[in-house]
Design a binder for this molecule. Structure first.
Ligand code: CP
Length: 325
């Protein structure tokens, strides 16, 4: 693996999942792998889990991790080629990225979408320019359209639960839209759909209100319904997430509380496990009664962020040293 931006960078999802679970069982197995190496974590947007889990993962592999909150502490970056920089941007990515590449062996970057211009966001200009100019392997810590470390974690968590069940049945996984008070990116939902479709080991259903279609580059392959009740029937896993509109880009059309998942709705499921990437707005996106019940595996899921990140960093380090493991 040379970079980690989407599922397309992964040749074998299950092998990567097993590697993550191997690190969960034995976190310090490869402390020598990253010794003397440095990883830079660049944030243009806030984070709790992604920042800390990736730092812990790097440390478990013997690496030094340096976090830089570019949005608060760095110069305002310009990403457009040929820009006349007479506005607010101070430094071009063409100049900043190679400097960062000279300081670090691996670079990670988080860049959210503007939610103003769909073509701009879906062109993934920021992360593409960063990859083009930094000269070292890049890990996405969430980009304008995708959140691959989260999605890998999600499949690690689902696999872990399936191993406990051990009934060998193909699980039914439902991604359900949830209400929210502000327009959120489609990244987590896009990415989850992309990974579950690529994984191919589940009956996958996406349910959302009309007008909340995801980009079909990611959702194609799933069964899509506007009937949440029908979608939840016999579900083994329910992944709850809000996203803003894709077609009339970046809007909230409705915030119907009837879409919030409740214990009553879960009665129709196969005693489903409930997942959410966090942070979650309690009693808006997900009810207290669900989050605080045995259905919820959100803490386990967030904990697994460490092992997913460790597996990915390990793959990139092995690729640098030419060691296939
Ligand atoms: N799930 C997730 O990416 O959390 P943070 O935004 O806190 O990193």
């Amino acid at each position: 693996m040379k970079k980690f931006i989407s599922v397309h960078d992964v040749t074998d999802i299950n092998a990567l999942v097993e590697k993550a679970l191997m690190y969960k069982a034995n976190p310090f197995k490869d402390t020598a792998l990253g010794a003397g190496k440095r990883i830079g974590l660049l944030f243009l947007n806030p984070s709790l889990r992604t920042r800390l889990s990736t730092q812990v993962a790097a440390s478990n592999l013997g690496m030094e991790a340096v976090v830089f909150n570019v949005d608060k502490e760095g110069w305002a970056l310009e990403f457009e080629e040929g820009a006349i920089m007479s506005g607010n941007t101070v430094e071009h990515i063409k100049d900043a990225a190679p400097v960062l590449g000279s300081y670090f062996d691996i670079l990670c970057i988080r860049t959210f979408p503007s939610l103003k211009n769909r073509d701009d966001d879906y062109s993934e200009l920021y992360i593409s320019q960063f990859i083009k100019y930094c000269g070292v392997p890049v890990i996405s810590l969430e980009s304008a359209t995708l959140h691959p470390l989260q999605s890998l974690t999600d499949i690690v968590t689902i696999t872990e639960s399936l191993k406990l069940k051990a009934d060998g049945k193909k699980p039914k996984i439902v991604l359900t839209w949830a209400p929210h008070v502000k327009p959120l990116p489609q990244c987590v939902a896009n990415s989850f759909a992309q990974w579950i479709n690529a994984w191919g080991e589940a009956d996958f259903v996406i349910t959302h209100p009309e007008d909340y279609d995801l980009c079909d580059d990611f959702s194609k392959g799933a069964t899509i319904t506007h009937n949440q009740e029908e979608a939840l029937k016999d579900a083994d896993f329910v992944y709850v997430k809000n996203w803003s509109t894709y077609n009339d880009y970046g809007k909230i059309y409705e915030n119907d509380p009837a879409w919030m998942l409740t214990l009553d709705k879960l009665k129709a499921t196969n005693n489903a496990k409930v997942m959410h990437c966090l942070p979650v707005r309690r009693n808006v996106e997900l009810s207290d009664e669900v989050l605080d019940s045995d259905h919820s595996i959100v803490t386990q899921q967030a904990g697994n962020r460490v092992w997913a990140a460790q597996a990915v960093i390990s793959e990139l380090l092995n690729a640098q040293t030419g060691t296939a493991k």
